[in-house]
Design a protein around this ligand. Structure first.
Ligand SMILES: N[C@@H](CCC[C@H](N)C(=O)O)C(=O)O
Length: 274
């Protein structure tokens, strides 16, 4: 059996497995099974490989479809808190497939330096030679940005009015996105933005998406909705995240919650569609 810890970041739910202590022979099948059983958004495999200051860990997110995502903003916040608790540290370096991310843990609150968002077509990726900015994609005016993973961001008048189960998949699977995209909708309010995201890999709406919140903030800055150096409040259904923009880079802040723990069969019957 494989023990895991359950965390959430603004209701983006993850099981965390100590990858140094426990070998999972098929991570894809394990994650698909555990996500289906628990109704969670992914499994984080964390391997602390340097416990000096600051400690360093490799973070791998496997999603409900059995695929691996290069980065996860809320997952990184939960991962940093998990590593901090085991190393008695308040600063943690996370090695992700999108690069190394410095994190700072302050009690329940965790900040992640998210790096430089990219609009470059090869980096998102999108087809074509120029950035995809305010183009009509499946009936929405979309701007594409990579904040560790690709997001297609559309500003709308009212996020509650969207039928996300119907409207997001044609964006998420659109031909312009050769690796697919998370479909993120945002509504400007007096104090910031409301957000809803349909996540690639989950293939449904999640209660929160950290890379999506950063995408909302950086696209808002690009469109002149907020200054390029600003602190932006973005509220998905699961809570409120704060994004510090400094022109080139973004820092994601928000709360994390320890939910509990459990254990699961290391070799479940495979539940991934192949
Ligand atoms: N929930 C995450 C994003 C996880 C990755 C995404 N679904 C993808 O496959 O691109 C977040 O908080 O950023």
């Amino acid at each position: 059996m494989i023990p895991y810890d359950l965390y959430h970041g603004t209701s983006n739910d993850f099981a965390i497995v100590d990858a140094n202590a426990h070998h999972v022979p098929d991570r894809s099948a394990f994650a698909a099974s555990l996500c289906a059983d628990l109704g969670i958004d992914g499994v984080l495999f964390l391997a602390i490989n340097d416990a000096t200051r600051p400690p360093r860990a490799v973070m791998t997110l496997v999603q409900p479809d059995g695929g691996t995502a290069a980065m996860c903003g809320n997952g990184a916040r939960c991962a940093a808190r998990w590593v901090a608790a085991r190393t008695d540290a308040d600063e943690v370096m996370l090695d992700t497939q999108a690069g190394t991310r410095r994190t700072v843990v302050d009690g329940d609150d965790v900040a992640v330096e998210m790096g430089a968002p990219a609009f470059d077509p090869a980096a998102v990726p999108v087809t074509g030679d120029s950035p995809l900015v305010r183009e009509d994609i499946a009936g929405y005016t979309v701007t594409a940005v990579n904040t560790g993973v690709p997001h297609a961001v559309a500003f709308v008048d009212d996020v509650d009015a969207i039928d996300i189960a119907a409207d997001a998949p044609p964006i998420r699977h659109h031909d312009r996105f050769p690796e697919g995209a998370n479909a993120t909708f945002a509504e400007e309010t007096e104090t910031g933005f409301r957000q809803r995201t349909f996540e690639r890999g989950v293939e449904g709406e999640t209660q929160s998406c950290g890379t999506g919140a950063v995408a909302v903030a950086v696209v808002a800055a690009r469109e002149g909705r907020v200054p390029e150096n600003a602190t932006v409040s973005v509220s998905p259904p699961g809570g409120t995240l704060t994004i510090e923009l400094d022109g080139d880079t973004a820092v994601l802040h928000g709360p994390t919650t320890v939910v509990g723990d459990g254990e699961a069969d290391a070799t479940p019957a495979r539940q991934v569609d192949t």
